[in-house]
Design a protein around this ligand. Structure first.
Ligand code: IPE
Ligand code: IPE
Ligand code: MG
Length: 248
């Protein structure tokens, strides 16, 4: 179906997911299939990011969270890590004008403070420069791990209890959420994972408790605007019950 029809259909349905999160997986396999180095898969993956950011804005998604680099990804070979970090650095600089032009607000979720100073500064600069934009929020999950995030929250809460700043009785879901990196960001409505893997890989463990899951075999560099719209249409047909009985 032509793209414009898909966009119209999604908007006519009305229930566009406010927050879409994506585990962008399959860059390495994409490169391997072509006999190319893994870094060329990551490069191709960046082109998909650009296309999907635009598509998300087009259909009216408010927040797009992209799993860009996990804490566990530090276990990869040094050369691959450098290639990913270099790409990230170059793109935060070269795409800044485009983000501004498209009214996209960039934010980041994860241990940004652990990135090298030049990369961190480039990212912080882009975040600051786009802070007043009112369109799509592009949230990069970077140096992110769900269990680390939860443990850090627990440690901060324990400290606040110890110093009498909060009473243990006050610890509820809302308060706990406010100690996470994602403070103030609503939970994802839809989580897409490309390249067929049926796992969360430590992504947004707390936040995805009632998120709708969508897994496609398409590898991230091949993931097209149409593939993205298909995932959203699928979401729009789901019956989100949150433990209650269906209202459909
Ligand atoms: C996702 O693609 C990108 C990152 C994890 C940074 P992969 O590099 O995991 O690709 P596969 O899973 O090996 O194909
Ligand atoms: C998840 O993909 C991390 C990112 C997409 C950044 P991985 O490729 O690291 O996940 P596993 O190792 O297959 O679980
Ligand atoms: Mg992978």
């Amino acid at each position: 179906m032509p793209r414009v029809n898909l966009v119209n259909r999604i908007q006519d349905n009305g229930n566009v997911p406010g927050h879409v999160a994506i585990i962008m997986d399959g860059n390495g396999r994409w490169a391997k299939k072509r006999g190319k180095p893994r870094s060329s898969g990551h490069k191709a993956g960046v082109e998909t990011v650009k296309a999907i950011v635009q598509s998300a804005a087009k259909v009216g998604v408010e927040i797009l969270t992209l799993f860009t680099f996990s804490i566990e990804n530090w276990k990869r070979p040094k050369a691959e890590i450098s290639a990913i970090m270099k790409l990230l650095y170059e793109k935060t600089r070269s795409e800044l004008d485009e983000l501004k032009k498209n009214n996209v607000r960039l934010i980041a979720t994860g241990r940004i403070d652990k990135l090298s100073i030049t990369r961190r500064n480039a990212l912080r600069h882009a975040i600051k420069e786009t802070a007043r934009n009112t369109g799509l929020v592009l949230n990069l999950a970077l140096n992110y791990g769900g269990r680390t995030e939860i443990l850090e929250a627990v440690k901060k809460i324990a400290g606040d209890v110890k110093h009498g700043r909060i009473s243990p009785k006050r610890i509820d879901e809302e308060l706990f959420s406010s100690y996470l990196y994602t403070k103030g960001i609503p939970d994802p409505d839809l989580l897409i994972r490309t390249s067929g893997e049926m796992r969360l890989s430590n992504f947004l463990l707390w936040q995805t408790s009632y998120t709708e899951l969508y897994v496609t075999d398409v590898l991230w560099p091949d993931f097209s605007e149409n593939d993205f719209y298909k995932a959203i249409l699928d979401y729009q047909n789901r019956d989100r019950r949150f433990g209650e009985l269906s209202t459909k």
